[in-house]
Ligand binder design. Structure first.
Ligand SMILES: Cc1cc2nc3c(=O)[nH]c(=O)nc-3n(C[C@H](O)[C@H](O)[C@H](O)COP(=O)(O)O)c2cc1C
Length: 356
């Protein structure tokens, strides 16, 4: 497609459509990524919630499923030091729910693991040689980053402010994902923590486009062709779309999450730290209403998830998402239920029709 007004990302990644399917730890699957790649976009495999042993077969499935460029995504947080006092306070805060559900508070299994990119994931990247690697929460240490680049990957990472975009550019990324506050899932912030200062996409995308010489990928609240055309008008060379893909049959979006997405109004999402200890945007539910949205007791990322895990498992077994992280951006009601390849092509057609 030659009609796109900015071809920088298309040429950089070797893709046909400037649409990146966002990596979404949890619901994201190789099948989703394959469908998007085959439709001409960039499919992404979220690896943050997969151990290396789990990521390996998923990467193999993805490579077998498409010969087109792929993106592997990793988190870059620093694991926190143990904080027993805070952990205790969090468990005390959750104790009434354990009582309500008849759960044993001493038998708390670990929550979903969220490992930062390390030596072993790097070896996986070197073996798989993905065309693109994306990072969330900053970048790995310079020697690891150098190895990723030496393996031939284009490196991209999320920025939630101009300062973060400049920081990423100074460390050699190939493109910046400008993540506006509308976006679903964990905020990608890594230089500042004040959620009251988060910037919306309409203000963020053009300011980052002006501040860096790299192509910008807009993320947050984009769910149809209007959003894509607007992102290009603001200076983006591509978009990264998450929430709109949660409606596709190729995702592992559980039924309670799917229903909540279908029912979500524009103002039904909030930024909360209660599920993992790190601010993330999700649909309001009982847990957020009663514990958050921002709980001072929540231990740092990702440890808050462990004590909440039994409550999540208990309510999910009863078919409820009351204690689940129902990640969603602000544009959920623009979502359409259709296969991911059809959605990718439709998004591109709608955007091009608007940009004529
Ligand atoms: C369910 C869900 C899980 C997410 N998990 C990740 C992740 O593992 N890695 C990542 O870089 N971004 C993750 N994100 C953020 C997306 O990459 C993207 O920035 C965001 O979805 C864009 O906003 P939108 O949801 O409004 O389209 C996640 C988003 C959602 C909705």
């Amino acid at each position: 497609m030659s009609q796109w007004p900015d071809r920088r990302i298309l040429d950089l990644f070797g893709i046909e459509l400037p649409i990146l399917q966002a990596p979404m730890a949890g619901p994201g699957t190789p099948e989703l990524a394959i469908a998007v790649c085959e439709a001409g976009g960039l499919g992404s495999l979220p690896c943050a919630q997969l151990s290396v042993e789990q990521a390996q077969p998923a990467v193999e499935t993805l490579r077998r499923g498409t010969a087109r460029p792929i993106n592997l995504n990793f988190f870059c947080h620093t694991p926190p030091a143990a904080d027993p006092a805070r952990e205790r306070a969090w468990r005390e805060r959750l104790a009434p729910y354990y009582q309500e559900f008849g759960l044993d508070p001493t038998a708390v299994p670990p929550g979903a693991a969220r490992q930062p990119f390390d030596e072993r994931y790097c070896a996986l990247v070197e073996a798989c040689r993905p065309e693109v690697v994306s990072f969330h929460f900053g970048l790995p240490a310079a020697p690891l980053l150098a190895r990723v680049k030496a393996a031939g990957a284009r490196v991209i990472a999320s920025a939630t402010t101009v300062a973060e975009a400049r920081w990423l550019q100074a460390r050699g990324v190939d493109a910046v994902i400008a993540m506006g506050l509308e976006a679903g899932g964990h905020r990608g912030n890594f230089l500042g923590e004040d959620m009251a200062r988060q910037v919306g996409s309409f203000a963020l995308v053009p300011q980052i486009a002006d501040a860096v010489r790299l192509p910008v990928i807009a993320a947050g609240g984009i769910a149809d062709g209007r959003g894509i055309a607007a992102a290009f008008a603001l200076g983006a060379a591509a978009v990264q779309i998450g929430t709109a893909y949660l409606f596709c049959p190729e995702t592992r979006t559980p039924p309670w999450h799917r229903q909540a997405l279908k029912d979500a109004a524009d103002d039904d999402t909030v930024v909360t730290n209660i599920f993992t200890g790190r601010p993330a945007r999700g649909i309001l539910n009982r847990a957020i209403r009663e514990l958050g949205p921002m709980a001072v007791e929540a231990p740092p990322f990702p440890t808050a998830a462990a004590a909440l895990a039994p409550l999540k498992a208990w309510s999910e077994a009863a078919g409820s998402g009351d204690f689940s992280n129902l990640w969603s951006g602000q544009a959920a009601r623009l979502g359409r239920e259709m296969p991911a390849a059809a959605l990718t092509r439709l998004l591109a057609e709608e955007a091009l029709a608007r940009m004529k």
